[in-house]
Design a protein around this ligand. Structure first.
Ligand code: NAD
Length: 486
């Protein structure tokens, strides 16, 4: 990881970031209006980069993590992002169409026109995290480019090899004036978030998100914040427990639980707690019969993140939780330096435990019980609004009660995480789990400026309605007409 920068290095780096922003903004301004074909060509180049170098990027991610499944990386970071780029190519002409808006009678008869145009904003900054380092840099990029913008990307310092490779590849596929990657640690990130971009997309933790918003506010830069939080799973009594257990286990084991949308904790009926835990255990046994030498199972990204998870489990144990390690082949984790950790289920958790205070972001799964589903709903509503919420069950009335009485960024019913991979659905959080969204048509709008264009007819509308001085009877008649209750 990068060391703290000396003052000279810092001002060099700041100067370099400002220079790239200046180059991109000047080129953006000079090139307007750019045809849709230019935007599409950029997306096609981003797709080509991923097709040509996907395997290499997956290897870089595995090296950065210690171990990360090549296949899983190809699915989540490479093909998932290629698919999103193709979706943008297919939809962007439709998204970019100007919309006619209605006007008050009789303006249309007089030849007035109202139109909404989605125009590019300019240069957009993309700040991304380490957990899906390629996807969370390149997927926002696809939509940023679809909307006709230029982009500067600052990927995470924790996946340094991947970030360096991304920088090299982007410079091969793009002119610096179109897309540029800059690398560095928190200091560079801080400088980056202080640049006067036309929009800034940040994906990362809630704590950093708040700092990013503060820095952006100084220049009134609009932000999209894709943050984290504690996404709950509500298991209804009517759920298919075996299926739910396997799906929850996968959501918690994929990338070793280091997913913003990973199910954070489970809320289960008290009389079904044993069945729920057994179902998750069975799911782990079926999908990951071994863990240490199993390439399908990822390591925790750094020693610091690993120690944090270990101390979270110890803290829960000390405060009275029952700790259940799901270790299918009873492997000896203590003598391994792979930073792999078995799924650890915590029973009898209380709110003073670290595991219930902060986002887990690893293979630890607290279980809480309820007797009536209303208790689960109240528990969720007492906490920050989560990024995702998951309900398992076939009881439609109960499902609607849970959905209509809680608030979350998104929802998957009868599975976890999956709503994020539905390209046409917007993805984002609410409040502490995020601001704004991308994916879907909403993402295109997020990175566009909705510009209102009104065309006034030749006829003097203001005079006809008595809206310009000298005011008189016509004016008062107009006012009288308006002064009616709805
Ligand atoms: P992080 O907040 O530590 O870092 C994210 C990025 O912010 C990095 O590029 C980092 O260099 C930069 N950064 C660090 N300090 C900064 C500062 N002071 N000012 C500006 N930028 C700064 O997050 P992380 O640990 O890399 O990722 C994990 C978090 O991200 C989790 O909370 C997870 O839920 C969240 N996340 C959210 C989504 C989503 O789409 N909502 C997706 C993945 C991860």
């Amino acid at each position: 990881m990068e060391r703290a920068m000396a003052d000279g290095d810092k001002s060099d780096k700041t100067g370099e970031l400002e220079r790239i922003l200046d180059v991109q903004r000047k080129d953006f301004t000079a090139a307007r209006p750019e045809p849709m074909e230019t935007r599409k060509d950029r997306i096609k180049r981003a797709i080509a980069l991923l097709v040509d170098h996907g395997e290499e990027l997956a290897r870089a991610m595995s090296a950065d993590f210690g171990n990360r499944s090549h296949d899983a990386s190809m699915i989540t970071d490479i093909t998932g992002t290629i698919g999103f780029g193709k979706y943008c190519l297919k939809k962007m002409d439709h998204w970019a169409k100007p919309e006619k808006r209605s006007l008050r009678f009789p303006l249309p008869l007089m030849g007035a026109k109202a139109e909404l145009r989605y125009e590019p904003k300019g240069v957009i900054g993309i700040l991304s995290p380490w957990n899906f380092p390629v996807n969370l840099s390149m997927a926002p990029l696809m939509q940023v480019l679809a909307a006709g913008n230029r982009a500067m990307i600052k990927p995470s310092e924790f996946t340094e090899g991947t970030s360096d490779l991304l920088q090299k590849l982007v410079s091969q596929y793009f002119d610096e004036a179109e897309v540029a990657v800059v690398t560095g640690g928190p200091e560079v990130a801080q400088t980056f978030s202080s640049l006067p971009f036309d929009h800034l997309v940040f994906t990362g933790s809630t704590q950093t998100g708040s700092k990013v918003m503060e820095a952006a506010a100084k220049n009134l830069v609009p932000v999209t914040l894709e943050l984290g939080g504690k996404s709950p799973v509500v298991l209804g009594r009517s759920a298919n427990y075996e299926q739910a257990g396997e799906r929850i286990a996968l959501g918690k084991m994929l990338n070793a639980g280091q997913i913003c949308l990973a199910p954070d904790y489970m809320l289960v009926p008290e009389d079904r707690e044993e069945a729920a835990i057994a179902a998750v255990q069975l799911g782990v046994h079926n999908m990951y019969p071994t863990l240490l030498d199993n390439d399908d199972y990822a390591s925790v990204v750094t020693d610091r993140h690993f120690d944090r998870l270990q101390s979270m489990v110890e803290d829960a144990r000390e405060k009275g939780a029952e700790v259940i390690e799901v270790n299918p082949s009873e492997e000896d984790f203590s003598s391994s330096n792979t930073r792999k950790m078995p799924l650890t289920i915590l029973r009898n958790v209380t709110d003073d435990m670290q595991a219930m205070k902060e986002e887990i972001f690893g293979p630890v799964l607290p279980v809480k019980t309820y007797s009536q589903v209303g208790e689960a709903i109240n528990y969720i509503n007492r906490r920050d609004r989560p990024l995702g919420l998951y309900y398992f069950g076939s009881d439609a009335a109960e499902r609607e009660t849970v959905l209509s009485r809680t608030i979350s960024g998104g929802v998957t019913v009868n599975d976890v995480i999956m709503h994020v991979s539905m390209e046409d659905l917007p993805f984002g959080g609410v409040g502490p789990s995020g601001i704004g969204s991308y994916h879907g048509p909403e993402g295109f709008r997020e990175f566009s400026h909705a510009r209102s264009v009104y065309t006034q007819p030749k006829i003097d509308v203001a005079k006809l309605a008595g809206l310009k001085p000298p005011y008189g009877d016509t004016t008062r008649k107009t006012i009288e007409r308006e002064m009616k209750k709805a």
